[in-house]
Design a protein around this ligand. Sequence first.
Ligand SMILES: O=C(O)c1ccc(O)c(O)c1
Ligand SMILES: [Mg+2]
Length: 628
Amino acid sequence: MKTSIATVSISGNLLEKLEAIAAAGFDGIEIFEQDFIAHDGNPREVGDLIRSMGLEITLFQPFRDFEGLPDPLRAKAFDRAERKFDLMEELGTDLVLICSSCHPAALGGIDRAAADFAELGDRAAKRGLRVGYEALAWGTHVNDHRDAWEIVRRADHKNVGLVLDSFHTLARKIDPETIRRIPGDKIFFVQLADAPLIEMDLLYWSRHFRNMPGEGELAVADFMTAVMATGYAGPISLEIFNDQFRGGQPKTIAKDGHRSLVALMDDVRRAEPATAKTAPEMPARANVDGVSFVEFATRGREADAFEAMLQTLGFRHAGTHIAKQLALWIQGDIRIVVNRETTGYASSAYAMHGTTVCDIGLSVCDANQAVSRAQHLGADLFKQPVGPGEIDIPAIRGLSGSVLHFVDASSALKSIWDVEFNQMSNEAADAGLMRIDHLAQTMSYDEMLSWSLFYTTMFDMRKSPMVDVVDPDGLVRSQAIETPDGAFRITLNGADTHRTMAGGFLADSFGASVQHIALTSDDIFATSAAMTEMGFKSLPMADNYYADLAARFDLDPDQLERLKAGNILYDEDAKGSFYHFYSRPYAGGMFFEIVQRQNGYSGYGAPNAPFRIAAQKRLMRQKGMPRM
Ligand SMILES: O=C(O)c1ccc(O)c(O)c1
Ligand SMILES: [Mg+2]
């Protein structure tokens, strides 16, 4: 399997693009002509440089408005092609992409176009070059890969083949199964792109909103499975026109791209094992059956205040690490580790972010398989020195420097809490919190696709539709990613401006991290009462909120009173109901949420988010806290 990416997909100048692409592990690049023209350096040197970086030039593109022209435009088009053939020879690539014509003078007619390609094929053959024809979704006469194929078929020239691009086929809702009838050796090149489903002009959609396979909503895996069934053996190449990516970090975007291709080909291999033989074998997406622990890096008074807060939530100090300054706090199945170390990874995380979630332990079926898949997808292993008596738990680096540990039921890992922690016997009453419902991560809007790709390629998790959350000072985009059974749920919250609650947190904590943790109760009213008893103070909600609840839902006055008394918010979906309340913000703007889902409610109380955010901002203003 040869992976490739078009230079247009990455930001930066040509050199920066090439470095990022090589570092991400691609085998080749499509040179997008504009990137070459903008570069100051002769084509031979550029070709040599690319090869010296271990990359191959898989394609030169695009050559526009070639077929169907009347003379003298036709003759001029052939002259243009000859000049580009010269350039290709100097660069050292044998394949050019010709996209279907949008020229106002272009004439239709499959045989006319086929004749043009047959002649171009002769000219290319003289130089040992090949031409590939791609149907642009908005081409004037040819905008469907089936028509492009018919032209190639009738051109009947060994140097003329077809270029398929998942965007053009899927954006026009053309059934990708139609690809199966094309002979694999006549498909010269395959370009891949996904996109979010938005109703808009095809050209605009394509030039601004494409994204990596798996980041959007097109059936790219079905498309690629059909391609592989033809016997196609050429490069699998990303061609992503995306406004965010053009301004993004070249290295991150390239890494995401490679990850998306590897995951896609693994899906194709699993869908039809006989066809995708060249895709590397790797373990399937890991099944996550919950969060085993969440570790906070903190220090001094912030740490004291945080632990005091945990007590008001009903957590009990259950153990102390045998060698390190780690305290284990437990309630139900929830484990929170408070790390006060002044050296090592947690300490660096604290130095960078202040009090922060520095490590998440996920409970998986097989920890080593999870790590193996992560490595195939380009994640780095995370290693810390293991002290005497400590267990080496497999871990990887997530995005933005975060760490994920994998815990499974295999003997050594299961006993970690008994082996590494001295048990403390304090049988304090708890508040009925059972497990972690979800982790809410805050990041800049530009990072959301990277994170969702990370989770959905690594784990058996699905994205739900993006929702807009209105903060009084800006919009925050929120997207949930969850396992099929809901055992592990994450919400990604993307902020554009530092003035929003999420954006302020992001600025203050210098990068993406967990902003809140939602904990489940099976009886939220009892939990609220127990926590109040323990000194917990919930986030005060405005009376207007409850007046609106009374108008929106059939709640009896008693229940409404109880909601109001506990500052408990309420929502319903088609299946069930949702109760939730919030802690006040603690160190660094983090907070807890307590939730109860009834009868299979599957959302996150999104309609309540604007009122929760307004309440948090009100509270922070009262306290005279800056920003947020
Ligand atoms: O948007 C375009 O013009 C364009 C050019 C070349 C391609 O391969 C493509 O898919 C789109
Ligand atoms: Mg294309």
